[in-house]
Design a protein around this ligand. Sequence first.
Ligand code: ATP
Ligand code: MG
Ligand code: MG
Ligand code: MG
Length: 469
Amino acid sequence: MSGVNAIRSAFLDYFRKNGHEVVASSPLVPRNDPTLMFTNAGMVQFKNVFTGVEQRPYSRAVTSQKCVRAGGKHNDLDNVGYTARHHTFFEMLGNFSFGDYFKDRAIELAWNLITREFGLDAKRLLVTVYHTDDEAASLWKRIAGLGDDRIIRIPTSDNFWAMGDTGPCGPCSEIFYDHGEGIPGGPPGSPDEDGDRFIEIWNLVFMQYEQVTKEERVGLPRPSIDTGMGLERIAAVLQGEHDNYDIDLFKALIRASVEATGVPAEGKTRASHRVIADHLRASSFLIADGVLPSNEGRGYVLRRIMRRAMRHAQLLGATEPLMWRLVPALVREMGQAYPELVRGQALITETLQLEEKRFRTTLTRGLGLLTDATENMGEGARLDGETAFKLYDTYGFPLDLTQDALRQRGISVDVEGFNAAMDRQKAEARASWAGSGEAAAETVWFGVKDKAGPTEFLGYDTESAEGVI
Ligand code: ATP
Ligand code: MG
Ligand code: MG
Ligand code: MG
């Protein structure tokens, strides 16, 4: 059965043979879009090509794109360890047509790849189309021979993609694989579609309109294609696994984590090993692309990912920094495809080790406090905002770490109370500073600060690539 590296190559090769330029992945920090926190889809590096602002010497491209969905609108952080299909870092395989081929060829290329080259059982595949897209529905019927029962019409924005409020947009069509009856979950469009039985493997976007104003939408003279398939998800299918975390790559990373901790990945500890493996990838790739842990913006997302992983290492009983010891396994698995991991290995190792050393003492103490505070709580209880804030302020616990720590026990956190405590502390700092007799300078400073707002995450809330695939 093919490993992840072979599947990636097979995808790139197939589209290269079909006239596509093989283009390297762009970095995780987008170059051309300051409002986007991380590259979260294959099309990000081609945005200006789709709008016609930028010209390239080719009209068809294929990539395997590094993606992180752990900040901004696309945030899968809370899914990791809980679903079979989500990572914070993953690779998106994609083929693109810039005004070249359109719907029929895109469907044909996709169908032939998965059924002929990859040999998937067509009986296990079903597709969605946007409810008004009769053209796509009839193409699926003609090209793939799918019956009406396996072409599901979806009326929601899940199947209509837009680059932003204005700009290129169009219907999309997603391909799902049925992993079998034993797994909970319903087909797309059904009430329990969020289960893991029917897993979305590939999204084909048909960019055929331009949204000119809120009311006006016109047809694009040269429609384009943008697709995205999760490498880990197609690898799971090809390796006969239901779960992304059981593919060769993750098995190797989890094995490293098991060896380093001496704790098997079974029962209760399974999720911790998975989170560690996932967060190791996200952290390492982010560091390799120049992000360092800090208290704001991208750096804070990285810090949150690293600290969440460290809590899981602690759960596994690790008493010494763990993450840095897993870097060689990651480099072994992915260093050939992504040489930046090899180049950045020393920096990645050092950064992980330093952050873990720094956080270790307060992590232990903070977890102690959390245990005491929640000792008598049962399922459905809520931790008060003051305690969550104390954990944040004194012990360096990002809010989501506290939430993650309590989630398994069904305990939530009073987020409003947390925010109120944060605001109060800011106000107090302001008041005590005013007391120092430098009121004028202080007023000016806070005036500026208030206008600019808090530094964390600001500017990333409004991702321009809304709904990007
Ligand atoms: P889902 O509904 O499963 O969350 P999505 O609709 O958000 O997926 P798209 O934005 O359409 O995903 O991205 C294109 C493809 O990338 C998906 O079909 C899937 O194969 C893959 N993908 C998306 N998010 C993740 C993730 N967090 N981890 C791994 N693969 C992903
Ligand atoms: Mg999603
Ligand atoms: Mg989806
Ligand atoms: Mg999708």
